[in-house]
Design a protein around this ligand. Sequence first.
Ligand SMILES: [Zn+2]
Length: 148
Amino acid sequence: MQLQSRQQCILTPEVRRSLVTHLYRVFPEEGCGALLGDKTDNGWILDHFQPIRNTASNPQHMFKLDPTGWITSSFNPRLLGIFHTHPSSSPVPSPEDTMQLQLFGEMIQLYLIASRTSVDGEPDAEIGVYTVHRQENGLYTLESLGLA
Ligand SMILES: [Zn+2]
């Protein structure tokens, strides 16, 4: 049996700040976007967040990446992940999230969700980080890496 070293996902302080800002800016709707960065031997470093318009018909409960913004990001070789926000629930993928993941699972390695919280009375975010895995049956699933 081979021991697997735990992979880490690092967010630069700028990216973490932009994710928190985006979460509150679009509240009470869900916000979404693309995460760019580098893959290293130990994991991933995310150093750029590209917000993408949420074009879902019910944006308070769902997100749909605006095709124009998403196409631009999807051609970027530094694309690593998708981000979206949960305005009023914890940063855990919903059944809809897992269903929708099948559309772009092939193109990403990371899946991040942010929820509102506060630290010392200041608005902050709880950010759940997940890695994307392709199952033998072709379905993409998410595995928790913990909180960033
Ligand atoms: Zn969601």
